[in-house]
Ligand binder design. Structure first.
Ligand code: MSP
Length: 503
């Protein structure tokens, strides 16, 4: 890995269900970071995909009377097709049923075995079939319920290969204590740290009863426990994503794994431990986001009728408004309620009335008062001061995956630029021939503000910002173009349909 490389991943989705807003949310947030890093000139590799083995998928297929591979093929296609609909710019889509993935999982875990980190034993414990996870005592809710699904756990016993997770207690403590940003934000960091402190127990590495999985090479009557197969996707994909070109040296270790809070233990404890056991370098950061809830603040569920359907939002308002809404309305990292009324309200008040209006007023005034050419004069230092350091602060926030905070910072300038229009009132200046210089300056400054804001907003709303930047004759998206200066002066503004028409 060189220091221009930036490797970012989402969790891979289970194929026993179909895509929903939670999946879209994670993919969009990750995409914002990926696009931003590309703007900064980094060499980005962005991975997403599907998690296709394990009991829940085998069970769902059995319930439909079909082969698990058929179910996986059908649903993986839906997840894959969702990405372009969301304008998600992933560089590869991994499926854990890919032959190439399976072969590499076997190779890595064989090394874990050869390094002496496995043993055969009898496992008995409380198992959640929906999580595909044995729960440890301190996680289990009263009445033997799953802490995540609140559904009944079953008592299971079987012969397994075990992974000696307990021997990684100290290395993991050192990792967490030496690298406070290994897990972000601090709440999940602390949660994972106390889980480690409470004492790590060995975990099952294989299952004997199941055949829907990757075969254990040293004991072919077993398949690997689905979580190890799944976690390894982040590593295996680099080996075969590009035909004839292994990207592992270029991109491993990952810069960011973006995950939801329900899969914290796997990514912050099992994952680094298995990598250490295989002598592989550890990822730099795991960023943990919260959960989207129904508008009533409860878990989204079809039966409660509080589900926000991403496809409905896209049909009614478009992809950019969906992306914007999700990152604006829910502070990334926390939980938040989402609903169609709130989407419409933000669309109207912020996209149409603030950003959209700023852009259309600016273009209209440049066309009306200056024949569409932005005056080539110095920009107003008063507005310039508002943009001072903005680019760097946005970059710093996005380095920490603070996607919503960065958006808020940009949005404050959208509002500031709108106030600037009111303060300068170009329509009044236009009536007074002696104010021509002031009008030139106001128009040049506004054109520059619209341009810079669109460059900064590009990762959030890729297609509207490109349309706008094309219309103002300044299509550059690189990080240099995010500095407020004189780049937007002298350019020609073309007419543009409203980006966010009123509904
Ligand atoms: N297959 C595992 C992940 C394996 S990664 C090596 C899995 N799949 S999942 O389909 O259940 O979830 C995929 C991602 O979506 C997870 O990060 C999960 O937290 C996230 N979300 C699922 N529902 C969500 C919400 N309602 N809100 C936000 N994100 C949620 O877990």
């Amino acid at each position: 890995m060189n220091n221009r490389s930036f490797y970012i991943t989402t969790a891979i989705s289970y194929v026993n269900g179909v895509p929903h807003l939670g999946h879209a949310y994670e993919a969009i947030a990750t995409d914002v970071i990926a696009r931003h890093m590309r703007q900064r000139g980094l060499d980005v590799f962005f991975l997403t995909g599907t998690d296709e083995h394990g009991e829940p998928v085998a069970d769902a297929a059995r319930a439909e009377g079909i082969d698990p591979q058929r179910l996986a093929d059908r649903n993986a296609e839906r997840f894959k097709a969702l990405m372009p609909l969301l304008s998600v710019s992933n560089d590869f889509f991994i499926r854990t049923t890919d032959e190439e993935h399976q072969r590499r999982v076997q190779a890595v875990l064989q090394r874990v075995h050869d390094n002496g980190h496995t043993y055969k034993g009898l496992y008995e414990g409380w198992y959640c079939p929906r999580c595909a996870d044995f729960k440890v005592e301190n996680e289990i809710l009263e009445g033997n319920l799953c802490p995540i699904h609140e559904s009944a756990l079953t008592r299971e016993q079987e012969e397994n290969w075990f992974f000696r997770l307990s021997t990684f207690q100290e290395p993991l403590e050192r990792l967490f204590d030496g690298q406070r940003d290994f897990v972000m934000p601090s709440r999940p960091f602390n949660e994972a740290r106390s889980f480690i402190a409470s004492g790590l127990q060995d975990v099952s590495l294989s299952r004997a009863r199941l055949n829907w999985g990757v075969t254990v090479p040293w004991d072919p009557s077993h398949v690997f426990y689905v979580w190890f197969d799944a976690l390894l996707n982040y590593y295996t994909a680099l080996g075969y994503a590009r035909d004839g070109h292994d990207l592992t040296d270029e991109f491993w270790p990952a810069t960011y794994h973006v995950i939801g809070k329900d899969i914290l233990k796997f990514h912050t404890i099992f994952w680094p431990a298995i990598l250490l056991a295989a002598d592989l370098p550890l990822p730099h950061h795991v960023f943990v986001h919260g959960f989207l809830l129904g508008a009533d603040g409860r878990k989204m569920s079809k039966s409660l009728g509080n589900v926000l359907d991403p496809f409905e939002v896209i049909d009614e308002l478009g992809t950019d408004p969906l992306r914007f809404y999700l990152l604006r309305d829910v502070a990334f990292g926390g939980d938040g309620a989402v609903g169609m009324d709130a989407v419409r309200a933000r669309y109207e008040s912020e996209l149409a009335n603030e950003y959209g209006n700023l852009a259309s007023r600016t273009i209209a005034m440049v066309r009306r008062y200056r024949d569409g050419v932005v005056p080539e004069v110095a920009v107003d230092p008063e507005l310039g001061a508002e943009f001072e350091g903005l680019r760097d602060r946005v970059a710093e926030l996005l380095d920490r995956a603070e996607v919503s905070q960065a958006l808020e910072l940009i949005w404050q300038r959208v509002r500031r630029a709108n106030r600037y229009v009111e303060e300068r009132a170009p329509w009044q200046l236009a009536r007074d021939p002696s104010a021509a210089g002031n009008l030139d300056r106001a128009l040049a400054s506004l054109a520059e503000a619209v341009r810079v804001l669109s460059v900064l907003l590009h990762p959030y709303m890729p297609s509207s910002t490109v349309k706008l930047l094309d219309a103002v004759g300044a299509p550059e998206l690189g990080w240099d173009a995010a500095a407020f200066g004189e780049r937007g002066t002298g350019t020609r503004h073309a007419a543009l349909e409203p980006l966010f028409p009123k509904r």
